[in-house]
Design a protein around this ligand. Structure first.
Ligand code: ADP
Ligand code: ZN
Length: 744
């Protein structure tokens, strides 16, 4: 019999230590094993094969089963989990669970799906190339007309002729690519497996883009991450694509990270033109089988097969990556990169930086039109390199801003429902000129508040301390925090009085829009409508193709989309995006408005950006017309004066409990403990109530800690975690204490 070997195992649990088991089988780090723990079976990952037991040997249990047909976890994966756990103060097991969500998978079904996907992918590639060719032909036509009009011998004429030659070359290459794509689609339909030799369409950068590209490559030479700060419509995507092509040519793999799924859908098409089936897409809305299949492809994709580029949301960072040469973090500033719940509460941008450090010579490019203060800080201290791209590809100017004072308009009888007459006129004008309109309203539903006409009571969720929203589409009242739903009676629960609607949401705006502009084709996009993913992609596609005139939505519609005919963007009741109780509120509101403003007028025409607000004098609106470096300079000074990030690191502790008195007592005791036991260089607030202090029957209190960013930071964080663990133990506390590092 072979000798007993002791191994330590990562289990998908919130466990601060790695339990030890023994086995007499051959086993390696990364192997999957099923073991029993606290009376239950779990499949874990072998972290060490040379563990030294710290309890009596006879108490150590034997491994239940070595899972030979499950994938072996790579060393870099485990290393990433460990680093993420250390940084975000959670357990390695929690990261493992996020990376490998369990669930039985039907392998046969997964394979069938994979085959279907290959066909679908190749079809998409072909479609994308056809689309690109159409666009090129359109441009050729335009340029030819322009050339005909231009006088002989002028600079303009010469430029036109030069462009025409370039476009013709692109068309020739495109035609070859189209044939190759058609061939490979046929092959897939006939059941022939992968062929990675598809021709990709090259990228032609403008001179401004080329300069930025060179700047980025130069930055990479210093082995530091590069921040590409480029206005919306500058053509950052094109630069990313070229960087990715270079990396693949060097036999290195590429990760293209986006903050949200909606964004990946529009990008997917664009990337398909260049990468064909080397492009993989990964996000949490896909089925488990499909995600597992993508992971398999990545695991087996060696350099000689051409390498991969994976377009993904943050969870794609935990794929079994190898030979990574480039990570692209698109819309770096976006707060959707942060996972709020459950643990690991990680930020995709920062985790991408950790991931790159685990791969030899792996470059990182972070891009944004409105960089986060964290990134601006990083470039200012020389940790990251800044490259700027200030010119828009199609050369249009910044949109014109108009602020409409809704209070004043009310007095002048200038409002029709939620729309000012001024805005209505602008929309009419835009539609007349065949432009498109985007309307942002940051509240979904039909009405976000219901108030009794008789007693003034606001209808609240029975489980949360928030008002119920009325959804007209389903004729229900819904809690946007816990999801509680009920039929709508229209009567006050206290006095049976008539309820009145306050706070119009997107559904109401949609209804008003349809009445005001009966001829227009209208659609709405918010998290209610986006529940249906195919509906969501259809709306984005239709809006891109000009088949929708007015799109109404919440913040979802402000993300990096490229809509060519969009010429008017309006915010209804902008006051609700200004926010409260958050030091990042101004930064976020400003980013949102800048992003929206950049969405319109992208093809050489100047767009219009209208803000309806009842606080027209709010200082934030002035910032919109201030140069961005001065703005961020001001914000940065504020952060420094108040000891906020990026000058400090903030950790937020949330205590949740079903008993209100206990949450108060425990959070007070915890705050005191931390205050007395943590080092000098941190500050601990007394417990405070968040704006919504009860969700799903749990009462909530928060404590905020801020740490100096110095050499002791890591050990201070570590101490914090230990203090909380022992606090829970000593008090036998069975409520929830949640640690959130860098809360968004
Ligand atoms: P950003 O990501 O910086 O907001 P995009 O990459 O979406 O900008 O580019 C804006 C538009 O300009 C897109 O429609 C894109 O197709 C076009 N574009 C940018 N660069 C080029 C290029 N080099 N050749 C052709 N079209 C380009
Ligand atoms: Zn609720």
């Amino acid at each position: 019999m072979q000798k007993r070997r002791y191994i330590s195992v990562i289990l998908p649990l919130k466990l601060e230590w790695l339990p030890c088991y023994w086995t007499d089988e051959d086993i390696e780090v990364g192997d999957r094993v099923t073991v029993s723990f606290a009376g239950k079976e779990y499949t874990g990952v072998v972290a060490r094969t040379d563990a030294v037991p710290d309890i009596a040997e006879e108490k150590i249990r034997k491994v239940g089963r070595v899972e030979r047909d499950m994938e072996r976890i790579l060393g870099t994966e485990i290393e990433l989990w460990q680093k993420v756990a250390d940084y975000y103060l959670c357990s390695v097991g929690e990261v493992y669970k996020a990376a490998y969500p369990s669930g039985k998978i039907n392998l046969e079904q997964a394979r069938a799906e994979a085959r279907r996907k290959v066909c679908l992918n190749r079809k998409k590639t072909l479609d994308a190339i056809v689309l690109k060719l159409e666009k090129l032909n359109e441009r050729l036509e335009k340029k030819t007309l322009q050339a005909e009009k231009a006088k002989d011998g002028t600079k303009i004429k010469a430029k036109c002729l030069e462009d025409i030659e370039k476009i013709k070359t692109e068309i020739t290459i495109g035609e070859v690519a189209k044939e190759a794509a058609a061939r490979s689609l046929k092959a897939a339909e006939n059941g022939i497996a992968a062929c990675y030799d598809s021709v990709s369409i090259p990228v032609n950068l403008s001179s401004a883009q080329q300069k930025a590209f060179d700047g980025v490559m130069n930055g990479f030479l210093s082995a530091k991450p590069v921040l590409l700060h480029g206005v919306t419509g500058a053509g950052k995507t094109e630069i990313y694509i070229k960087l990715a092509i270079e990396a693949l040519e060097q036999n290195r793999n590429v990760v293209y990270l986006v903050p949200e799924i909606a964004l990946s859908r529009q990008l997917e098409e664009r990337l398909h033109q260049h990468f064909g089936e080397r492009l993989l897409v990964f996000h949490s809305a896909e089925s488990l089988a499909s995600r597992r299949n993508t992971a398999e492809v990545i695991r087996n994709m060696t350099a000689d097969k051409g390498g991969y580029i994976v377009l993904c949301t943050r969870s794609g960072l935990f794929l079994p990556h190898h030979d990574l040469g480039l990570i692209i973090v698109d819309e770096e500033h976006d707060s959707s990169y942060k996972q709020d719940s459950p643990a690991p509460r990680y930020n995709g941008r920062d985790t991408a930086l950790i991931l790159s450090s685990l791969h030899r010579d792996c470059n990182v490019i972070l891009g944004s039109a409105t960089p986060s203060l964290e990134e601006i800080y990083n470039t200012s201290v020389g940790r990251h390199i800044l490259v700027e791209l200030k010119e828009r590809f199609h050369g249009s100017e910044d949109s014109e801003i108009e602020i409409i004072d809704t209070k004043a308009e009310w007095k002048k009888n200038g409002m029709v429902g939620n729309f000012s007459r001024k805005l209505i006129d602008h929309i009419k004008e835009t539609l007349k000129n065949e432009g498109q309109v985007l309307i942002l309203r940051s509240r979904r539903a039909w009405s976000s508040v219901l108030q009794c006409n008789d007693c003034g009571e606001i209808l609240k969720c029975p489980h949360c301390n928030v008002s119920m929203s009325y959804h007209k589409v389903t004729d229900q009242i819904v809690c946007h925090y816990c999801g509680h739903k009920a039929a709508y009676s229209g009567r006050c629960t206290k006095c049976d009085g008539q309820l009145a609607y306050l706070g119009s949401g997107t559904q109401k705006i949609e209804e008003e829009t349809a009445i005001l502009f009966p001829e227009a084709r209208i659609a709405r996009l918010d998290s209610d409508s986006a529940q249906n993913k195919s509906y969501e992609s259809k709306v984005i596609k239709d809006f891109t193709n000009g088949e929708i005139d007015i799109l109404i939505g919440t913040q979802i519609i402000a993300k990096g989309f490229d809509f060519s005919k969009l010429s008017l963007v309006a915010i209804i009741a902008a006051d609700t995006i200004l926010g409260i109780q958050d030091f990042r509120a101004d930064e976020k509101a400003l980013q949102l408005m800048e992003q929206l403003r950049g969405r319109c007028g992208r093809r050489g025409t100047r767009g219009k950006f209208i803000i309806q607000t009842c606080q027209p004098d709010h200082p934030i609106y002035r910032q919109l017309t201030t140069p961005s470096d001065i703005c961020s300079g001001n914000l940065m000074m504020e952060r420094r004066n108040f000891d906020f990030p990026p000058y400090t690191r903030i950790i937020e502790i949330t205590v949740k409990d079903i008993f209100e008195d206990r949450v108060e007592r425990m959070s007070a005791r915890l705050s005191e403990t931390l205050n007395s036991k943590l080092m000098m260089k941190s500050s601990v607030t007394p417990p405070y109530r968040p704006v919504v202090d009860k969700i799903a029957d749990q009462h909530i209190m928060k404590i905020r800690l801020s740490f100096k960013k110095d050499r002791e930071l890591a050990s201070n964080k570590d101490l914090l975690k230990r203090l909380i663990v022992s606090f829970e133990k000593e008090n036998r506390y069975d409520g929830h204490i949640i640690i959130d590092v860098d809360p968004s």
